[in-house]
Design a protein around this ligand. Sequence first.
Ligand SMILES: [Fe+2]
Ligand SMILES: [Fe+2]
Length: 369
Amino acid sequence: MAAVTAHQTTQKTLGTANAAGGAGSTAAAGETDAAAADHLAAFDAAVAADERIEPRDWMPDAYRATLIRQMAQHAHSEIIGMQPEANWITRAPSLRRKAILMAKVQDEAGHGLYLYSAAETLGTSREELLDKLHAGRQRYSSIFNYPTLTWADVGAIGWLVDGAAITNQVPLCRCSYGPYARAMVRICKEESFHQRQGYELLLALSRGTEAQHAMAQDAVNRWWWPSLMMFGPPDDASSHSEQSMAWKIKRHSNDELRRRFVDICVPQAEALGLELPDPDIRWNEELGGHDFGAIDWSEFQEVLKGNGPCNEQRITQRRRAHEEGAWVRDAAAAYAAKHAPAQTSPRTPASASASAPTSASAQHVEETA
Ligand SMILES: [Fe+2]
Ligand SMILES: [Fe+2]
């Protein structure tokens, strides 16, 4: 949370049309065409100069909408991503492994919270985003629709899935939108720990018994291709990439990041004593990187459509967790209402909980305010 909110807008003011923050429109009420053009020019200049756009700055509607969509999908992925690994907490092979896995899964919850908070600075709310996730109107990363069949999957997820996430997310630390960029700094540090714990877990299995080595290899075989798909469709089929790069939300194309990831993984697989399940991987002297085999994009499309092995299970569990957590949100809202003077916390009921405070706690605020 601190990573998201500690920096307030100090660098610049790009205009005052939407200075109240929130989901303002490109042309505020009564704004002339000339004023709108000025705002756009100032926005473009700030992006070109690599300055950060802050919540109170003017920004185009499409930029705001793109960020909300991307940050929501990212936040949803963090919290849905807790499920496949949480599946192994009770079956971790030692207390040390259990403690590490619990810390890792808890980190993912934290990542979700930073990102929902960062998205809220754009004028949406966590409740609205969660409602959209639960209604199937917003997505999470397809990778989490695959099952974790063995303990080695925890290692493969850490090494490959968190590894792919880092490759994707390190450039987001320089994203043009300030709150998103700052949230990513902390998230990437934690993702590094996740990647290393996965690598270390696989190394232990790879150097263990024959059966342990085989289990590690099987997990890598199953997670390798879905990890490559995490970077999104090929550049020529990616609908959002070009504009996102122009806005400096994205800094590198999907294919560029995917190649970077393969280059990182090849020597690490060798050090692990494990094979990547792609006979076409080979060094390309000319490119200074590795060539690799064709990705089965029809599988990606099927999972995206909801036909992956665990789509139904993941969303059902998420909805159930949300319903079962209603009392926690109610309690937090009641507590916030009780301890914050009503006139100085206009956002309390909406931001602290999906539910309004109970009438008893609301009354308590009135009596003590
Ligand atoms: Fe994460
Ligand atoms: Fe992670």
